[in-house]
Design a protein around this ligand. Sequence first.
Ligand SMILES: [Zn+2]
Length: 546
Amino acid sequence: MMTARSGLPPAGAGRQLPPLALASLLAILALFAVLGHEGRRVAQTLVLAAPMLAWLAWPVRHAGLARLRAVAAWLWIMAFVLDGSVRAYLLSAYQAAPESSFVLGAIANTGVREGSEYLVTQWRPLTLWTLLSVSAAVLVWRLIAQARPAPQARPSRWIMAGLALVVVIGAVGHASKPWRRLHPVAFWPDWGRSVAALRDNWADEQHERDEALRRALLDRPTVAWAGRSTVVMVISDSINRDNLSLYGYRRPTTPRLAALKEMEGERMLVLRNAWSADASTLPALRNMMGFGAPGRPDARHLLALARAAGYKTFWMSNHDDVAVDQQHARLADVVDLVNRTPGRSSASLDGGLLDCLQEAMHDPAGRKFIVVHLQGAHPHYGLRFPAGFAPFDAAADAVEADLVRSGRSLWLRRFRQQYDAALLYHDFVVAEMLHTTRAEGRADDRRAFVYLSDHGQEVGHESDRAGHSPGTAAGYRIPAIVWRSEPFADAALISARPFRADWVAWTMADLLGLDWAARQPGANVLDPAYAWQPPVLPIAVRSFTD
Ligand SMILES: [Zn+2]
């Protein structure tokens, strides 16, 4: 607080902020601009924020106006502080900007329950950023409150020129549209509209589905054999193959699948080098169902094509997801969504789909294509297995030792234990589903089963972080399994081929026996004509076969 000063200010002097307080405010603005933006945008953001500092430097006489200015300045500066915090959090967690399709899609598609699960997994970084923002709020207010009577009646000519320059440059920034869009007050309402528009687009995709079916019928796809056929496609979520013992992981996370592999031999392929082309669910599913080119005007949808060829199609899901529902599930003849009760986390275990699959296997239709959409190990990992299940919690094993050696924090190692527990439960679900596909229903069915994940997951593989990961290879390393009632002649050869999930529809078409003019054997991992091309990923991948 200011005490009485010896040199009295001139009578009627206005209140202004002293230089040190102004410099501190500028430093705070610069800090959050640097945290949340990159390159030129740091300077542009500061230019947009600066006119308020010029006003604070100006002596204001009227006490009411000075109070109003203090509140306005605090709100203005805090808008930039919060903007910087949110952007910095998204950058550190996902290497993504708020307006990226990754973030927009995730927000538009997040329900209340998913949102709260997310807050649980991310509470540490979120608490950190909240604390930082609250501290900034207090500090900014205390700095603004240091306004005191000006030493001179009017500022010097130089200072006036300087302030005018700041205001002029700020005005230029506000006048330019792309520049002005960086202002938090303009940016976030705009961002909210983008999220709402995306949600609206999803709300009714009936037209898109009708189009997909119409195009598929025009293709007149046929089935390569006359007899009965059942194909099951299990799409999981957030499974990184590096954590499956089937792929060499040192915790026994997949005993059941490994036993099946042992038993099934040449009928079961474990594709060693499987990659997703996307790091999040919606683009991954669009690519998988859309033959790797879902945006093209002549795009095909796998479900539509199977239906057009005479398959009875099923979509059963443990996801509560409007976009997936609209873009894929509703194309099927039978839709079974077991997870429609927000807040009942126990109801969301993937095992709840086992009965649905059994039922579908006994459906009398001669040709069936059954898609099963699992939650797999989608965050929060702790909700992906039954309560009390803790197979790796006391782990003092090689995995734990490796994590300690690479400096992974305690909380990350705890997440890894939960993640691996989710995988062990997942092993039970997927192995049961494969078992059901093999054994249930009529004996004369030709059968096939494919299992893969929509994308990978980072759980301390390359950084001290857990979650979806567009910025590391862990976000793209997925498992993929193909099983068929007839053995594969060249099982070892196929298993070693690199495989990309956005091409999986070409392989599914093979297993369904579909034939149509646009068939591409080069994209089908089972075909002798398979011609691998690496997917374009936002990260550098040393080798797709390591
Ligand atoms: Zn996903």
